[in-house]
Design a protein around this ligand. Structure first.
Ligand code: ADP
Ligand code: MG
Length: 395
């Protein structure tokens, strides 16, 4: 299923291994507030250390403008990695210049060196061949474990693979195996729950899921475009007019493929999206002209929970409502809990906001697989080629 060579297929002892990870972590006042992405990269880093490699870590962090910017330094992440892996991590305030080169020359087997944010060089995002060559010249082998950045063709995710034998890291391999395995060979019933703001963002994913799932549940802002396609008046709810026609095709495809498509039957509505908004519960045919549907209603929650509880494979992406605000979080919390409670199912959750919701509700530990790649997991599921994966050696 995963057609690329992984780090386990190469002798790394005594070799300099450039590992691209996704340490794009949230920072507050110079401290890492969520270390999930660092933890996710530990298996690959440990594997390399245990097998005597000289491990050179590269990552991006945030969106600096192609020049050094202390707000986006990876230095605070070094402390986190050091604590989690229980070893010294050397940090060099350079990416591919003479300081980095000298630091690499001083390395011994099993040592870890962390480079500064690759996006401090404009050549990173431009996938500049000169920058990629300089970065690659630090190492003998390249390992890509940055699944969250695999949909971007940058110097440290794609360019370096022109110069070095390129292997997949263990996280990247596991992400691809889990997500594509779910589509190709799921235990049935396979229930997918899609939500979030826009149908345009997820159209490709839904289209592909319609070829694989038994039941497709759609909530969140995107459901209103589908409801309009069915002739329902949705008041001021979020609708993408130019996606009404594609939404009609989506409904037809669901029918053709015998997919049970569940849409909300009631909503929490309000005139404004605020923490103290006046809310009411209405049936889906009764959304007032001046109001927006901002969460699924209680009858819908029961309907969705029923489908989720009987699944053997569940995929969830996209909040059911504006879960960031208390009046509109109930539907997302209920759906997330139903996914977590179904212990007979393999559960997979992807998407930045959905994973954020899981964390907010404290349910992350009860999910079989939480994808670390927001945009990358969606691209993979919609069947797009991910340049960071494409660049690796074929198995
Ligand atoms: P993910 O990051 O998990 O893929 P999205 O980015 O697609 O999810 O969508 C998340 C956003 O969708 C949240 O900010 C949430 O407030 C918004 N959203 C959910 N339901 C609605 C709704 N009914 N109306 C407007 N926005 C919504
Ligand atoms: Mg999002």
């Amino acid at each position: 299923m995963f057609k690329k060579k992984t780090v386990k297929g190469v002798d790394v002892r005594g070799r300099r291994v450039l590992v691209r990870v996704d340490f794009n972590v949230p920072l507050s006042e110079g401290s890492v507030t969520d270390d999930t992405r660092v933890r996710a990269a530990l298996p690959t880093i440990r594997y390399l250390v245990d097998h005597g490699a000289r491990v050179i870590i590269a990552s991006h962090l945030g969106r600096p403008s192609g020049e050094p910017d202390p707000r986006f330094s990876l230095r605070p992440v070094r402390r986190v990695l050091q604590r989690l892996i229980g070893r010294n991590v050397v940090f060099v305030d350079d990416i591919a210049g003479s300081d980095a080169r000298e630091a690499v020359e001083r390395m011994v087997d099993g040592e870890i060196l962390m480079l500064e944010n690759v996006r401090f060089d404009p050549g990173e995002k431009a996938n500049d061949p000169g920058f990629a060559a300089k970065l690659a010249s630090l190492a003998d082998i390249y390992v890509d474990d940055a699944f969250g950045a695999a949909h971007r063709a940058h110097a440290s995710t794609v360019g370096v693979a022109d110069h070095l034998p390129a292997y997949a890291g263990l996280l990247l391999a596991r992400e691809v195996e889990t997500l594509s395995g779910m589509l190709l060979d799921p235990e049935r019933p396979f229930v997918a729950i899609l939500g979030g703001s826009k149908v345009s963002d997820k159209f490709g994913v839904i289209d592909r899921l319609l070829e694989s799932v038994d039941t497709l549940i759609i909530g969140g802002g995107m459901c209103f475009t589908l409801l309009v396609a069915k002739g329902v008046d949705v008041g001021k709810s979020l609708v993408e007019d130019e996606w009404v026609e594609p939404a009609k095709e989506m409904l037809a495809k669901a029918a053709d493929n015998d997919v049970d498509l569940l849409l909300p039957v009631d909503f929490i509505v309000a005139e404004e999206i605020t923490e103290d908004a006046d809310t009411s519960i209405v049936g889906r045919e009764e959304i007032p002209a001046d109001m927006m549907g901002l969460d699924i209603g209680p009858t819908t929650v029961e309907l969705f929970k029923g489908a989720i509880s009987s699944a053997r494979t569940v995929f969830w992406n996209g909040p059911m409502g504006v879960f960031e605000l208390t009046p509109f979080e109930t539907g997302t919390r209920a759906v997330a809990s139903a996914v977590a409670r179904n212990s007979r199912a393999v559960s997979v959750v992807g998407g930045g906001d959905s994973v954020g919701a899981l964390k907010k509700f404290g349910l992350e530990e009860r999910i079989t697989f939480v994808s670390t790649g927001g945009g990358a997991s969606m691209k993979l599921l919609e069947g797009s080629v991910l340049p960071g994966i494409e660049a690796l050696l074929d198995a």
